[in-house]
Design a protein around this ligand. Sequence first.
Ligand code: 13P
Length: 332
Amino acid sequence: MGSCRQIAAQLVAPGKGVLAADESIATMSGRLEKAGVEATAENRRRYRELLASTPGLSDGASGIIFCDETLGQEFADGTPFAQAVRALGVLPGIKVDTGAKPCPGLPGETVTEGLDGLPARLAHHAGIGAAFAKWRAVFVIADGRPSAGAIRGNANALARYAAACQEAGIVPIVEPEVLMDGAHAVERCGAVTATVHAAVREELALLGVDLAGIVLKPNMVVEGRDHPEPVSPERVAEATVEVLRAWPAELAGVAFLSGGQPPERATANLEAMQHHATPWPLTFSFGRALVDPALTAWHGDPALVEAGQAALGERVAANAAAVRRRARLQPV
Ligand code: 13P
């Protein structure tokens, strides 16, 4: 447990966030093809090596999340990914859920799977160097949704995952994501996020999960993608922090997902959060908002590796700078 607390603190260390590069094989293949790159295991490997070996990455990133496939792969020089990123000063993490699947009994809703055999998989991941893990539960806002059943089932799975991780000495990133899909107002997103978090807290407590040894990865509280009026960063920050206040002070930290927000908006919202005094750090664990510009710049061309890395480096630096504002706004 002690080491989980230490690793969790390292993940949310002042001025740093986590890079999510753990798209499943299917999702990553789709994104590569969209960028004009053939979806092979070798191209997924090349892309992840490009991201992980970005010069200066450890200045703003404490960790990188990979999927199973990548953690079993090696850098071009033959060093396994986990060892290679540790040598670069970044902690390796692993997505261990097996995806959001249709939930029996709840048409149109999902439950995230992956608990079968999890302790053995975690022992294997720890053995090859993983320091932390990720599990994402997904909630859609619609008429009567998310249902109480979907919230309870996903919260219970998140807690079982988190308890298994801590028993394996791996820090669980606990990710309940309320999606931006829909035309709902920011207030609805806030109410749903608060209800989901309450269930997650209850289930974590029932299984004795140590909150000082987890990182919470929530959505920011924003309006739905189809809502006519985008709300300001100040409003997003206020609404998000209001929901988060229910988490006890011992929580190690909060690292937001970007959820499909444009990269600059995610950064502006993160920056606005820093103006609120909270007992836990508020940082980033973005996927698309960090890596999309890099994939676009590289698009599989070996001559453009540096351009891809520059694009990632720029987004990481901008988000790290946003988080660093906290120290100036709230001197300890
Ligand atoms: P996005 O930032 O693209 O939402 O991805 C974060 C993540 O890890 C999703 O599980």
